[in-house]
Design a protein around this ligand. Structure first.
Ligand code: HPA
Length: 236
């Protein structure tokens, strides 16, 4: 047990998928894993361990925002030995070519700040995905119908953003989408020499104001979960 995770040693797999929403962790575990068992409930943050095509996987919520994700990623890696962490979540689209329901595979994540800022200080370290996971996710995305994009995203500290000028620069520089967790995941993973990736579904769009109808969410999020699982366990 750690401060925030009630699992016993050995109950968490080396591969962890991390949605922001604990109920989405439950849905994904019950939908995609065999023999899923709940291994954490502390503070309502649900985690489940089961198997996918015979491979052990944990699906554990990260909460919203980088400080929350940072707590869980640190404990999963340092205390439970997680070696591959894949964020699965939603994001806001930031380019015309990026449509609602599309999948974004995040190569890099730009930020104003992260919880790791205190360590990196003045260094503008570039948080980036693990290449082997990125490549495997691209291969998985290619093999299905879901349109996908690979490139940089923006990990914001705010959902209710009061800086349209910043978003304008982000759009101008080709940023594909905005979410609130990936950059810190990439930084914590780099620090501990483990692999990380974020695979995101576009749930709303900053340029068009569109949003994914709630009845469509499950199917679209399902594609993302399968891409993440196939990236973690590519078939040779
Ligand atoms: N902003 C920040 N995070 C998000 C968004 C957004 O528009 N959509 C989904 N996650």
């Amino acid at each position: 047990m750690t401060v925030h995770i009630g699992a016993e040693q050995g109950q968490i797999a080396e591969t962890v998928l991390m949605p922001g929403d604990p109920y989405r962790a439950e849905w994904a575990a019950k939908t995609f894993l065999d023999d899923a068992v709940c291994i954490n409930k502390v503070r309502g943050m649900l985690g489940f361990t089961g198997t996918w095509r015979g491979n052990r996987v944990t699906i554990h919520g990260s909460g919203m925002g980088m400080p929350s994700l940072s707590i869980y990623a640190n404990e999963l890696i340092r205390d439970y030995g997680a070696k591959t962490l894949i964020r699965i979540g939603s994001c806001g689209g930031m380019q015309d070519a990026v449509k609602i329901r599309d999948v974004i595979i995040a190569m890099t994540a730009t930020t104003l700040s992260t919880p790791s800022r205190g360590i990196l200080r003045e260094l503008n370290f570039a948080p980036c995905a693990d290449y082997s996971l990125l490549e495997a996710a691209v291969n998985a995305a290619k093999s299905r119908e879901t349109p996908y994009h690979v490139g940089g995203i923006y990990s914001s500290d705010v959902f209710y953003d009061e800086r349209p000028d910043l978003n304008e620069q982000m759009v101008r520089h080709g940023t594909l989408g905005v979410e609130m967790e990936a950059a810190e995941l990439y930084l914590v993973a780099a620090r501990h020499k483990v692999r990380a990736l974020a695979v995101l579904t576009v749930s709303d769009h900053l340029l068009t104001g569109e949003a994914l109808p709630s009845e469509d969410r499950e199917r679209s999020f399902g594609d993302m979960v399968e891409i993440a699982l196939e990236a973690a366990f590519p078939q040779s």
